[in-house]
Design a protein around this ligand. Structure first.
Ligand code: FAD
Length: 317
């Protein structure tokens, strides 16, 4: 039986949905599913981790782990991977996951892969699927090591609520502090906006918005929906929004329940960041815009006319 270790994605004491997705996939594969949770004051998460389907919960709970730091976090994951005998170590798609996965792979002498969308383990042979050439092709890769540390693409696996596992808590010894890098403080996004990768609904604005008034109009739509507010690279390069709002190949990858693209053409680099969304609505005045090829719903029209109508309708609900 395959053994999977899921690295819990915890932000400000709250378990992110990606952890449930990864545990659901492990259980759907019929694998033994362990989870490692790292932080300070996180033992209260154990019941949630059990409910999400884990059979063993490795807990590294220490005040020294309150702030994310790749070196010590990697040591905890390696410890849990060795104790659980995991063949597959999975990370959610986050900056932390991307920083820790290669360190873990190196220490376990395992292969490392990013952005995987599927994985199988049969007869000791691991195979992964991941996008290549800006999502133009999906490549199937045979891994030639017995272990793999992989970052899973956002939304690649379906979450199944309430699978239920077994409570079996193993406390890990906190690692020695990393003397090469000491994290003093983590500063959150000062805007107070909803984090794009956490949002259930994302509204993104593109060059069609033309100016600050257009950006503000689309932002109001995002506010009405309590949605994350994103942008195409054109708007980030144009200085309208910060880089942490950029969706796409060189920005964030999002997979919300609803993605609304307003005045965005649908360049392949933008699509690379949002086609995992469950439902896509596009507003564009050009009926030939490529965004309509991936949209479930499309409104052909001028956003300066369409967005106020959408807002009016939403406010009635
Ligand atoms: P445009 O392509 O200019 O599209 C504007 C759209 O608005 C058009 O379709 C137009 O019909 C519509 N429009 C105009 N006026 C209105 C109106 N009044 N009402 C309704 N619709 C209107 N891009 C990203 O987004 N994310 C990335 O991560 C990213 N990474 C990149 C990496 C590389 C290496 C490269 C080369 C490019 C990358 N890009 C990325 C840029 C990408 O190629 C496009 O240039 C960019 O996505 C275009 O942004 P846009 O759709 O807002 O603008």
């Amino acid at each position: 039986m395959a053994k999977v270790l899921v690295v819990a994605d915890i932000k400000e004491g709250v378990l992110k949905g990606s952890t449930v997705e990864l545990l659901s996939k492990a259980r759907a594969m019929g694998a033994e599913a362990a989870v490692v949770a790292i932080g300070s004051n996180i033992e209260s998460l154990v019941p949630t981790l059990v409910e999400a389907g884990s059979d063993t919960q490795y807990i590294a709970d220490d005040p020294g782990l309150a702030l994310f730091s790749a070196g010590p976090f990697a040591s905890c994951v390696v410890d849990a991977a060795k104790q659980s005998g995991a063949d597959l170590v999975w990370f959610g798609f986050s900056e932390g996951g991307k920083a820790v996965a290669p360190r873990v792979a190196a220490q376990l002498d395992a292969a490392c892969a990013s952005e995987i969308t599927d994985v199988t383990l049969e007869g000791g042979c691991i195979e992964i699927v991941r996008p290549a050439i800006t999502n133009k092709v999906m490549q199937r890769v045979k891994v030639n090591t017995p272990r793999l540390a992989a970052v899973v693409r956002a939304g690649a696996f379906e979450a199944t609520e309430g699978i239920g596992g077994t409570e079996n808590v193993v406390k890990l010894t906190p690692p020695a502090p990393d003397l090469r890098a000491v994290i003093k403080e983590l500063v959150s996004d000062a805007s107070g906006d909803i984090d794009l990768t956490d949002a259930d609904v994302v509204v993104s604005v593109g060059r069609g918005a033309k100016n600050q008034a257009g950006v503000d109009l689309v932002k109001e739509l995002a506010n009405d929906l309590n949605a994350g507010f994103g942008a195409s690279r054109a708007m980030v390069d144009g200085g309208f929004l910060a880089h942490n709002k950029q969706v796409g190949q060189t920005g964030k990858i999002v997979a919300p329940s609803l993605y609304i693209a307003v005045g965005i053409s649908g360049a392949i680099q933008h699509l690379a960041g949002m086609t995992g969304s469950k439902v896509i609505l596009a507003v564009n005045k050009d009926p030939e815009a490529p965004i309509f090829n991936v949209a479930d719903y499309g409104i052909v029209g001028d956003l300066f006319e369409v967005v106020p109508i959408l807002r009016e309708e939403i406010q009635k609900v």
